[in-house]
Design a protein around this ligand. Structure first.
Ligand code: BT5
Length: 327
């Protein structure tokens, strides 16, 4: 646990009251200067911590806090969320889930964070993960499948996120291959699937999901605000994160069972329907400087995107980024 995490835990134990620098230092066995330094780091991460010399420190504002015991209550799943590890601040929940899986954590173990200092997207991109308003979670799965089927889990998670958003908000999101969930063209969620495998066998898969639940656009950096949105921004309502997380775990379990029980085809069909992708005009970046435009013909059995280029060539795309060329 990082030192910053200890401080947040302490402040949350008594959210209404103040905690003097001296009391925090004594409780954590560190110097007052170290407390001051960590508070500074937390503020930089986006935590709103009020401080007054006479009274001490306090977490400001109404906090929609993540509470694993509340999430676990009435979850009703058999696999996902049987064990939930909560981290107020962490580098990346995918890293934490990897470490836990390497230590032998059971299938269905979930890591959920209030904020990430090194949230990751694909290809070394960053995932903006400020505290108090979003969901960043990673789930460990141990399916008995060959590695080439792993990308299916990105699709299955996309279906789950779509169902969570539409059922809780009534919004009509669209899934964009392979891992984006968009509302009116703006990204509200992303999925990052990583795994450890041998040539023919997966050891474990980590499915990481980030959802912008109650994020204010004003709090986003310029490059993100230009392309992103949040559920709060779209609905005008604050949605309790514990509810979103519990619903997500249920939907992930449903998608997972579907994949294991009915096979990849069932997930692909559901994905294609929710994505409305067949016949849509899209462009895909298939290499760093190669872009092809044409009509999507749907997904192959292993989740690859089939694109019929305008020149008549059919492309089978395993990795890359896609842009919709029409609404
Ligand atoms: C993704 O990558 O969309 C996968 C994001 C997965 C994040 C989760 S959070 C829990 C788990 N732990 C992690 O460390 N990661 C996972 P990609 O398709 O490469 O998209 C990344 C791009 O999305 C960035 O380059 C930005 O343009 C944009 N982006 C970054 N943060 C965003 C945000 N909060 N909302 C919307 N777009 C964002």
């Amino acid at each position: 646990m990082s030192g910053e995490e200890d401080i947040i835990k302490l402040l949350r134990e008594n959210p209404a009251g103040h905690h003097s620098g001296q009391a925090i230092a004594e409780k954590l066995g560190i110097s007052r200067a170290a407390v001051w330094k960590r508070i500074g780091k937390l503020r930089k991460l986006g935590f709103k911590i009020e401080g007054s010399p006479s009274q001490g420190y306090r977490l400001a504002g109404a906090v929609d806090s993540i509470d694993p015991s509340q999430i676990g209550k009435n979850l009703g799943t058999r696999i996902i969320g049987k064990r939930i590890e909560y981290r107020p601040v962490t580098e990346s929940t995918n890293n934490d889930a990897f470490a836990l899986a390497n230590e032998g954590a059971p299938e269905g173990t979930c890591v959920i964070a209030d904020s990430q200092t090194g949230g990751r997207g694909r290809l070394g991109r960053k995932w903006f993960s400020p505290p108090g308003s979003a969901i960043m979670t990673s789930v460990i799965l141990r399916p008995n499948i060959p590695p080439f089927q792993a990308p299916m889990f990105t699709l299955a998670a996309g279906v789950a996120v779509h169902r969570v958003i539409s059922s809780l908000t009534g919004l009509k999101p669209r899934i964009k291959w392979p891992n984006d969930v968009l509302i009116e063209g703006r990204k509200v969620a992303g999925v990052l699937t990583e795994m450890v495998a041998e040539a023919d066998k997966v050891h474990f898969i980590v499915v990481g999901v980030g959802i912008n639940v109650n994020l204010d656009l004003a709090a986003m950096p310029d490059d993100i605000v230009a392309i992103a949105t949040s559920l709060k921004n779209e609905t005008g309502r604050v949605i309790p994160r514990n509810l979103v997380i519990a619903t997500l775990y249920r939907e992930l379990e449903r998608s997972y069972r579907r994949f294991m029980g009915d096979g990849p085809k069932a997930v692909i069909e559901e994905w294609e329907e929710l994505a409305g992708i067949r016949g849509r005009r899209i462009s895909a970046t298939i290499a760093s400087d190669v872009k092809v435009t044409g009509r999507a013909e749907g997904l192959d059995d292993d989740g690859a995107l089939i694109l019929r280029g305008d020149g008549g060539t059919t492309y089978r795309i395993n990795a890359g980024d896609v842009v919709f060329e029409e609404k």
